[in-house]
Ligand binder design. Structure first.
Ligand code: GRF
Length: 196
């Protein structure tokens, strides 16, 4: 039986949005007691926005700014206001390729959650699955964690392990990590819903 209140989620992503889809599917299947209030992106043509629209979920695209790795403060403040207006409990980073700065961190203290494709603290940063392959580790995985002011840092909420196979390529390893991400993210969110 489902317990807890329905979580109100805002999802931020820059890419194809397979984690967003996994979360939305888990909600539809009744295994995650949540509602996605808004999907936002720094890229107006990101597939995650198209998929959200297809599912009838409100979307927001940030204006194009001057920077690549962060949002300009005014743009980030406007995004924070959108999320506040949507009255979200948590902001979910699902492949959001900008470093979150003060406007969002201050608007949502201890309420921003990221998924990262490695067993943090190992392999923070970009293309973590490739970092794992190059380091010849036998095991990697994915991590869901609270977001703080550092990159891929913050207290860990959950992790799932993935074995590195002898014939793995960057693509095959990343694909298996993503399969685990799609299970882990909804599970962690449901455990938060049960605590509300
Ligand atoms: C995931 O691998 C996630 O760990 C990383 O970005 C990727 C997003 O993929 N932060 P998708 O857009 O959810 O498919």
């Amino acid at each position: 039986m489902r317990t807890g209140r329905r979580l109100r989620l805002g999802v931020l992503g820059s890419g194809r949005g397979s984690n967003f889809v996994a979360i939305a599917d888990a909600i539809e299947a009744g295994v995650l007691n949540a509602q996605i209030m808004l999907v936002a992106s720094d890229l107006a043509d990101a597939p995650i926005l198209t998929e959200a629209t297809r599912r009838g979920i409100p979307t927001y695209a940030c204006p194009i700014g001057r920077f690549k790795t962060k949002l300009e403060p005014e743009i980030e403040s406007a995004l924070a206001r959108q999320l506040q207006n949507a009255e979200v409990d948590y902001v979910i980073l699902a492949g959001f390729m900008r470093v979150v700065k003060a406007p969002l961190l201050e608007a949502f203290p201890q309420r921003i959650i990221n998924i990262h494709p490695s067993l943090l603290p190992a392999f923070p940063g970009l293309r973590s699955w490739e970092q794992a392959l190059n380091a010849r580790v036998s095991e990697t995985g994915c991590t869901v964690h609270w977001v703080d002011s550092h990159v891929d840092s913050g207290p860990i909420l959950g992790q799932a392990k993935v074995s590195v196979l002898q014939n793995d390529t960057a693509e095959s390893l990343h694909a298996r990590i993503q399969l685990e991400e799609h299970k882990l993210f909804p599970q962690v969110l449901q455990s938060l819903a049960e605590k509300l």
